[in-house]
Design a protein around this ligand. Structure first.
Ligand SMILES: *Cc1c(COP(=O)(O)O)cnc(C)c1O
Length: 338
């Protein structure tokens, strides 16, 4: 394998196999692994015209003892079922999702980065409506697929601090679907992201679209804050994507670090009271934020400027310790694949 594991970024690298199952005449076929990375569909496929598609993201890790594991894939399967329901797509059963993940990782095992490299094998399950529609209605045929790509960190650690700005744009959620992991939400956020980059920011800190007063999340990651007395807080909202990383970090804060952890509404005016801020997600893991700018009003998190704050670092070490097998995991969190 000719891959420089230590310097991998977050980008697509073609691997040998991908999993495909097709839904037709009201049922899923038995599914298969294929070496063909192309998808061939009709020009009027529902996914192309009306964006009937959703996805998931999870990682396979090489542990300290050389095993290959996945982190809580059952939660990805369950969240994808919720996304499919909201988009009127047939659900791919949880047991089959897990089985497909296992088959795929085993077949691409040489692409799972070595322990200690900081890289992982990213898995991208997705489903889309594949047969032609012209009137607005759900497709009748679908494909469920998973491909794999080795990835490094989403935000390079040790690089310049992450800066966010509060945009004039609402976060996608066009039909109140902000809690659905769907390409359409990302499509509607592209302009806000490019605009943030053009202004020198890494990402947007979106506010709730109803009142524009409460913190939601960034384009592809949830947000956690740490209070001056070491309490971990994260926004309560049903229009943000329920991050599995965030749920896990809140558990780790309470049960491993003995900290208070609370989900509550967070007003944008109060973020200056926090001492740490970080982005969390499968891709971002836990990346410290150094600065948030809300229309000229700057909030600095000095702890996140050149290295993570104390609590952010503890959360990061414990979560990645659990994922890499250095720290004992709660029951059911780790799926051993090889
Ligand atoms: C995937 C995603 C996240 C992170 O969720 P994880 O389950 O932790 O990977 C956060 N926000 C959005 C919008 C997402 O799509």
């Amino acid at each position: 394998m000719n891959i420089d594991w230590k310097n991998l970024g977050f980008g697509y690298i073609k691997t040998d196999y991908r999993y495909v199952s097709e839904f037709k005449d009201g049922k899923w076929d038995e599914g298969k692994l294929t070496t063909d990375e192309r998808v061939i569909i009709n020009e009027s496929a529902c996914v192309l015209q009306y964006a009937q598609t959703c996805f998931e993201g999870l990682k396979a890790y090489r542990t300290e003892s050389g095993k290959v594991v996945c982190f809580r894939p059952d939660l990805n399967a369950q969240r994808m079922i919720e996304s499919c329901k909201r988009l009127e797509m047939p659900v791919f059963p949880e047991e089959r999702f897990i089985d497909a993940v296992k088959q795929l990782v085993k077949k691409n095992i040489d692409y799972v980065p070595p322990y200690g490299s900081g890289a992982a094998l990213y898995l991208r399950p997705y489903e889309f409506g594949s047969d032609p529609v012209l009137g607005v209605k759900p497709a009748t045929e679908y494909q469920f697929r998973i491909f794999a790509s080795p990835v490094g960190p989403y935000f390079k650690r040790g690089a310049k601090a992450i800066t966010l700005r509060v945009p004039d744009f609402d976060r996608a959620a066009p039909l109140g679907t902000g809690h659905v992991k769907a390409g359409l939400n990302y499509a509607m956020s592209m302009h806000a992201i490019v605009d943030a980059h053009n202004q020198g920011y890494n990402e947007n800190m979106y506010l709730d679209s109803a009142t524009r007063t409460k913190v939601e999340e960034t384009g592809g990651a949830n947000i956690i804050f740490v209070t001056k007395d070491n309490k971990v807080v994260t926004p309560k909202s049903n229009t943000i994507l329920p991050s599995i990383t965030r749920r896990s970090l809140m558990y780790v804060a309470k049960h491993y670090l003995g900290l208070e952890a609370e989900e509550r509404e967070i007003r944008i005016e109060e973020i200056g009271n926090f001492k740490e801020c970080a982005l969390c997600g499968t891709a971002a893991i836990l990346s410290p934020v150094g600065k948030v700018v809300d229309h000229g009003k700057e909030t600095l998190f000095p702890s996140g400027m050149d290295k993570p704050g104390e609590i952010t670092q503890k959360l990061y070490d414990t979560l990645t310790g659990i994922q890499m097998g250095r720290i004992e995991a709660p029951e059911g969190w780790i799926l051993e694949i090889a």
